[in-house]
Design a protein around this ligand. Structure first.
Ligand code: TYM
Length: 327
C-alpha cells in the first residue's frame, strides 16, 4: 500500500498556489488506496526568525486550513512535526550522510539566503535534510508537492539510496507526486515568479483566507499580457496563469474556459474569475472560521495524529540506529 507524506509550513498565509499545488492532491489521495500523513512543519518554519505567539497561532491555522479544504482526520493523519521528536534524531543521522556541496546546490536555499549567506541560520542551510527525515522516518512511498519542492525530494532519494547502499536496505526511496498543470502557480503581480508566501507584496498571492473584496481587488490588479485574447500560450504567461487558477478551482479544462471567454475582454474574464474564486473560497472560509473558534478540537486532532505515528517513527529510528552501529 502507498504511504503518502507531505507538509506545509505554518509561516503566515496559505495561498491558492499551496492549495492547487499541494492540498488539492492531499484530499484526492486520501480517497484512494493510500495511507496519508499530512504534517504542519513547524521545525522548518523556525529556520527563519518567527514571532512565538504568531507561530503558535499559525500552527493551528494550517490545521484548520487542512480540514476546511477537505482533509479528513478519519482518513488521514494530521500532526505537528515537532510533536514527533524522532524526526530531529533521524535528521542528525542523515546530516552525517549528506554533503555540504549537495546542500549548496539547493535552489531554495540560494533563493532564500540570497547575498546574505553569512547571517542566515544553519537550519536554513540544513532545511532539505530535515525534510528528508520527515519523508524517510514514516517510510513514505509518495510525496505530493508543487514543483518548487522537487529538488528536495531528489536529495531525499539520494540520501536514502546512499544509506541503503552502505548499510543494506534501511529506507523506502520515495517518489515525488507533482500535478503538471498546477505544479507552479505564478504570482499575480509578476507571472515570471512563483506565487509565494514570502512575496514582498500581498498582491502576489490570493490567501485562502482573503476577504471577498480583497480577492476581487487583487485579481483586478493582476498583471495581464499584451493583446486581448483569453488564451493559454507561452507569450501570454499572465493570462495562462489566471486560466490555470480558474481551471484548478472550477474543474473546467483550460480549453473549455478559452471557449467560454472567446470574444470577451480581460476585464470580463477577471471579474468572472474573481467571482469563481470567491464562490470557491466562501465555504472553505466558513469552515475555517468555525474550526479556529474551537482550538481545543484542533489540538485534539493534532495530538491524536502524533500519537498514532509514534510506533512507526520509533521503529524506523531503532532500525536505522542498529544498522549504522549506534546503541
Ligand atoms: P511550503 O509550505 O512552502 O508549501 C506547501 C506546498 O505548496 C506547494 N507550493 C506551490 N505549488 C504550486 N504553486 C506555487 N506557487 C506553490 N508554492 C508552494 C509546495 O511545493 C508545497 O508542496 N518544504 C516544504 C514543506 C515540507 C515538506 C516536507 C513537503 C517539509 N517537509 C516533507 C513534503 C514532504 C515547504 O516549505 O512547503
Amino acid at each position: 500500500m502507498k504511504r503518502i507524506f507531505s507538509g506545509i509550513q505554518p509561516s503566515g498565509v496559505v495561498h491558492i498556489g499551496n492549495y492547487l499545488g499541494a492540498i488539492k492532491q492531499f484530499v484526492e489521495l486520501q480517497n484512494q488506496d493510500a495511507e496519508c500523513i499530512y504534517c504542519i512543519v513547524d521545525l522548518h518554519t523556525i529556520t527563519v526568525p518567527q514571532d512565538p505567539e504568531a507561530l503558535k497561532k499559525n500552527i493551528l491555522s494550517v490545521a484548520a486550513i487542512y480540514l476546511a479544504c477537505g482533509v479528513d482526520p478519519e482518513k488521514s493523519t494530521i500532526f505537528v512535526q515537532s510533536h514527533r521528536p524522532e524526526v530531529a534524531e533521524l535528521s542528525w543521522i542523515l546530516n552525517c550522510h549528506t554533503y555540504m556541496g549537495e546542500l549548496e546546490r539547493m535552489a531554495q536555499f540560494k533563493e532564500k539566503a540570497g547575498e546574505n549567506r553569512k547571517s542566515v541560520s544553519a537550519g536554513l542551510f540544513d532545511y532539505p535534510v530535515l525534510m528528508a527525515a520527515d519523508i524517510l522516518l514514516y517510510r513514505t512511498t509518495d510525496v505530493p508537492v508543487g514543483e518548487d519542492q522537487k529538488q528536495h525530494i531528489e536529495i531525499t532519494r539520494d540520501i536514502a539510496e546512499r544509506i541503503n547502499n552502505k548499510y543494506g536496505q534501511v529506507f523506502t526511496v520515495p517518489n515525488p507526486l507533482i500535478k503538471k498543470e498546477t505544479a507552479r502557480i505564478m504570482g499575480l503581480d509578476d507571472p515570471k515568479k512563483k506565487m509565494a508566501k514570502s512575496a514582498s507584496t500581498a498582491f502576489n498571492y490570493i490567501a485562502l483566507t482573503d476577504e471577498p473584496d480583497v480577492i476581487r481587488d487583487k485579481i483586478k490588479r493582476a498583471v495581464t499580457d499584451s493583446g486581448s485574447e483569453i488564451k493559454a500560450a507561452s507569450d501570454k504567461p499572465a493570462i495562462s496563469n489566471l486560466l490555470t487558477i480558474f481551471s484548478g478551482i472550477s474543474g473546467k479544462s483550460i480549453a473549455e474556459l478559452e471557449q467560454e471567454f472567446e470574444g470577451k475582454n480581460y476585464s470580463e474574464f477577471k471579474s468572472d474569475l474573481a467571482e469563481a474564486v470567491v464562490r470557491f473560497l466562501t465555504p472553505i472560509q466558513k469552515k475555517y472560521n468555525e474550526l479556529m473558534s474551537e482550538p481545543e478540537k484542533l489540538r485534539e486532532i493534532l495530538n491524536a495524529g502524533a500519537k498514532k505515528l509514534e510506533p512507526i517513527a520509533k521503529k524506523t529510528l531503532i532500525e536505522v540506529k542498529s544498522k549504522i552501529g549506534l546503541g
